[in-house]
Design a protein. Sequence first.
Length: 236
Amino acid sequence: MKTLEDYKQGQVLLIDKPLTWTSFQVVNKLRWAIRKAYDIKKIKVGHAGTLDPLATGLLVICTGKMTKQINTFQGQEKEYTGTFVVGSTTPSYDLETEIDATFPVGHITKEFIHNTTKQFIGKIEQFPPVFSAIKKDGKRLYEFARAGEDVEIKSREIEISEFEITDIKPQDKVLELNFRVVCSKGTYIRSLAHDFGKVLNSGAHLSVLRRTRIGDFEVKDSLSPEDFIAALPLKS
């Protein structure tokens, strides 16, 4: 069992973020639990790379002196799995907002899908979603989006080293594509879904997202927030 000194000197905690939780909520929950378990007023706790509330999977949480390594961990390669829905789009490129348009999918073959993945391998320019936390003129982009204001978004260079469609499931008027992608810091999988749909001469949005790896850290080695808290010493 870890001691208070262990957490102060610095620990790297691998946490499996639950669906609908924000990354900030996970950090707050763990910080509160450590403070309560060891009866202390404060301790540094931070995460190395946010996940959207509708995503699950690996959060690398740092405590104490290890918080100085957060930027290093944030810059490492990441792996995701999930599902694109081809045949409809949403303004946020995921399920945060309602479907705003539908598109035909009858022309899309398995070969077309697999060949399309090749266009996204390597260094590419990507536009972040307007529903994102990136700041412009002192405001988050999603603040402009929710207010219905148009805003110019600049593209950024990202790198995708691996991208594969692992399953294709025809549904009612849409296609569900399961995927696995390995990418650089700053990659928006929602934007990848949106752009993938465009290249298929259709439209697409992200319906499921799970982060499975950050650098050498893997989600299979992680704990749920509840399991981590249950392993802390009980305050007498």
